[in-house]
Design a protein around this ligand. Structure first.
Ligand code: SF4
Length: 419
């Protein structure tokens, strides 16, 4: 089913589709979130499919002390639900006794009807009361309710009520970033004179940032609709910005913070000019491979629109269609005007129709999920897996060339194969 609808303030029509989808579920977010919050543990309450998905998404990582696992609930009837609660309690007790390093435990819900009936919110409250010193929270990563990156949104949204209250003036950066990227941003904010900077998620459960009327927050990721809404409900103010991808994108993102905190334009230029110049210089090599090539995005990570903006404006690519699973008009309000009018933006998916449009357009590069990549490659179409864009540090000046390199690499691979 397809419909062209108005996009609100931006006058461009958006193709909205509701049909068969080819996207991951929100459990995938655990793969990067467990690396970020170093004393958290993610216990998926799910099926063998969930365990399998997590294992394949995480690759063949073998940990001495893993920070996620799946408690598998086999099929059972309603009478078996009380047993299921007890089984879950036993699993959690065993885990927490064995692992005193865990300070924050997420019970992550999934699709099977047994899990849906289980009421994980109540289970989390019960277990939270039972174990002092460990916070137990819950959210859903179910494929019925979430796609791919929405798992991070659900996880962070579960943390917002836990944040201590403070009305002190501070900048809050929201969305998981690699530690190295956070450190770079802290240095730039300090050079601008913004000293009180906090991050959500924090690296440790015990150092969650405070939030209140003095908090101004920048989103580091475009898929945090619910988290943003809950932070605003706690009095924080959203600083509207493009996302920190590429040299231009990073400068515009930082500028939103500078304007929010009254930093003079001279001081802002001084804090950002060197990083921006270095990023632009480093982009020259990958740009040489990307310039003039066309690209088509299937909806997957919600990063598609900022990525397309970066690739068209800073790498010389031509975007044909940019698909996104969900378009948050307010959070993307600064991004949309930076995309050329000729670009078709689609929201949601009807995969067969979209494949038809893709085949008709014959793009040089297709960005899509793993499920579509193999068949498209077999048809001679060069693809890029969108999941890599979430697993790799790509934000900020020093990562701009790496980000472009992720898109240039498939061309390099093809060129080698042709030789
Ligand atoms: Fe588990 Fe549902 Fe995700 Fe499948 S879609 S892995 S059943 S949560």
């Amino acid at each position: 089913m397809s419909a062209a609808v108005d996009s609100g303030c931006d006058t461009r029509p958006i193709l909205r589709e509701r049909g068969q989808r080819e996207v991951f579920c929100g459990l995938t977010g655990i793969v990067w979130m467990h690396r970020k919050i170093q004393d958290a543990f993610f216990l998926v309450v799910g099926s063998r499919t969930c365990a399998h998905l997590l294992q394949s998404a995480a690759g063949v990582m073998i940990f001495a002390e893993p920070r996620f696992a799946t408690a598998i609930l086999d099929e059972r009837d309603l009478a078996g639900l009380a047993d299921a609660q007890e089984e879950l309690d036993r699993n959690v007790t065993r885990l927490l006794e064995r692992r005193p390093d865990i300070k924050l435990l997420f019970l992550v819900g999934s699709c099977p009807s047994e899990v849906i009936k289980l009421d994980l919110a109540r289970a989390a409250q019960r277990l939270d009361r039972r174990f002092g010193g460990v916070r137990v929270l819950n959210y859903s990563g179910s494929g019925i309710e979430t796609t791919f990156t929405q798992g991070e949104d659900a996880c962070l949204a579960a943390l917002v009520p836990e944040l201590p209250a403070s009305d002190a003036a501070q900048l809050l950066v929201v969305g998981a970033l690699a530690d190295v990227v956070e450190d770079q941003f802290i240095r730039i904010f300090a050079a601008m004179g913004i000293e009180r900077v906090a991050f959500l998620p924090s690296r440790r459960a015990g150092s969650l940032p405070a939030v209140g009327a003095g908090t101004r927050f920048l989103l580091a990721q475009p898929f945090l609709a619910e988290t943003g809404r809950l932070l605003e409900a706690r009095g924080a103010q959203h600083l509207a910005a493009v996302f920190p991808l590429g040299a231009e994108g990073t400068t515009l993102w930082l500028r939103a913070a500078a304007e929010g905190f009254g930093v003079s334009s001279a001081r802002f230029r001084e804090a950002t000019a060197i990083g921006e110049a270095r990023a632009k210089k480093a982009l020259a090599a990958p740009r040489a491979r990307l310039d003039g090539r066309s690209i088509f995005f299937f909806p997957d990570s919600q990063l598609e629109i900022p990525m397309a903006r970066f690739l068209t404006r800073e790498c010389g690519m031509e975007a044909i269609e940019v698909g996104t699973p969900y378009l948050h008009r307010a959070h993307l309000a600064q991004e949309l005007p930076l995309l050329a009018d000729s670009v078709l933006i689609s929201e949601g998916q009807d995969v067969e129709r979209q494949l038809d449009r893709c085949h008709a357009a014959r793009p040089d590069l297709v960005v899509c999920g793993l499920g579509l990549a193999n068949p498209l490659e077999a048809q001679g179409i060069t693809t890029k897996w969108s999941i890599e864009l979430v697993f790799t540090p790509v934000q900020g000046y020093d990562q701009a060339a790496d980000l472009a390199g992720l898109f240039a690499r498939p061309f390099a691979r093809r060129d080698v194969l042709r030789v």
